[in-house]
Write a protein that binds this ligand. Sequence first.
Ligand code: ATP
Length: 516
Amino acid sequence: MAKQLLTMETLVTLCKRRGFVFQSSEIYGGYAGFFDFGPLGVELKNNIKRAWWQDFVHGRDDIVGLDSSIIMHPRTWEASGHVAGFADPMTDCRETKKRYRADQIFVSPVTIVEMVAGAVPEMIGSVAFMEDATADEIVKRAKVLRDSLEKKNCKVIEEKLAEKREFDKVPEAELATILGPDATKPGSLTPARQFKLMFETHVGALQDASSVAYLRPETAQGIFNNYKNVLDTGRVKVPFGIAQIGKAFRNEITPRNFLFRSREFEQMEIEYFISPDADWKALHRKWIDTCIDWYVSIGLPREGIKEDVHPQEKLAHYAKACTDLTFQFPHGQQELEGIAVRGNFDLTQHQQYSGKNLEYFDEEKKTRYLPHVIEPSFGVERAFLAVLTSAYDEDEVPNDKGVAEKRVLLRFAPKVAPYKVAVFPLLKNKPELVERADRIYKRLQKRWSAFWDASGAIGRRYRRQDEIGTPWCVTIDFDTIEKDGSVTIRDRDTTKQVRVNENDVVAWIAEKMGEN
Ligand code: ATP
């Protein structure tokens, strides 16, 4: 299925129906920006995290792992600059009471002409729209603006809508002419204001300014806090990396697009420490390629991943370079991961704020320095959403009666699939079949997540597994018990079946998984 046809709504519905993702606190009407992962979602998520840990920690000699606390000494966030600066500009709509991130809103001037021949185009105002709005949506907004200004009989000139200006850059006097993204009348958006993104809490018995602490907005600072501990206790030498997977919290103004932007999410981050005179450009390039290869290894199509190089003027003052990897999500080509070259800003700050010497002693060169870092920062939920988007497919296969039927399937790479294999006794009321199937099931369960299903027509059982992305289904039939002990193994993608001896099923799957 062409990916541009896949909507977020289709994914959200599938995720809920099959137990991948639920809205948090659904029985209380939900809680915006928070999600719960159901029985299948937690498997998929764990498999993504496990693959990452395997490839970036266990599979490398130069990276070690860490699991730091979520709440850290508040000075950490002063040093990192988050207390003073971790904020997004926001604008409120006085009409709809909605709140938007001002840097995600763009403004287009709208020109309309009377249908009367010879009329001169006239600029009548501007529409504001979110960065991922389609051209059709923008034209629709333009028509709302026109109607609200009661100019009948006129036509919106669409080409003019291509002129896109950043909301923040619009002079305040012009705000009165702008129609907000969901408003019906112009002039409802407030000027942009800063909105703090860190969640505050209190630690200890006192609930005053002295006890304020923060839920970490990124896992990276826990790595910098522990850099010296790792250095002093491990056998690491620059260049080396510290990797961590953990929760991060951001009070996002506009959590939207399902898991893409939530208020509680998980990050998989690496700080890769390098010498100040290392060829950082080459190392950065290598990290970008390594990250792309990793996404491809968990099932993303290479052509869906693009590089978005931050222009020099948009970089933080200390950063040397930053490249985002973007992916073709159902709501557009958007950031999947950021890979930044951060100089030694963080260690310099922590050294200054803590008063502790964080320098590295280079034995070979007999010099001391604060290492620079390259920071690949992955989002677990964005990887999850990208994997689902890539895996989603629809095709047609014959049903039990040989009639072609639409099929929804998830073509997961086996290593991330929630279940690797399903086991079916052909009939549930034949104890010989059920017992034999159970023996195979128990053997498979020791090694992989396996699924047992004894009910319903076999075709329907296959379809259920296709929809949750199980790569192989093993069926125990009368040939197994009466003839040669062979079972059928059916492939999700091709629907083809092969017969394999029941004693060889584990080895057969291990080989397909690349585990032999
Ligand atoms: P954005 O510009 O989309 O807000 P960001 O540039 O602020 O993202 P970083 O601070 O670089 O993001 O965070 C690193 C990674 O963490 C992102 O690439 C993304 O995968 C993930 N991430 C950040 N914010 C969120 C969020 N609110 N929900 C889910 N994942 C997130």
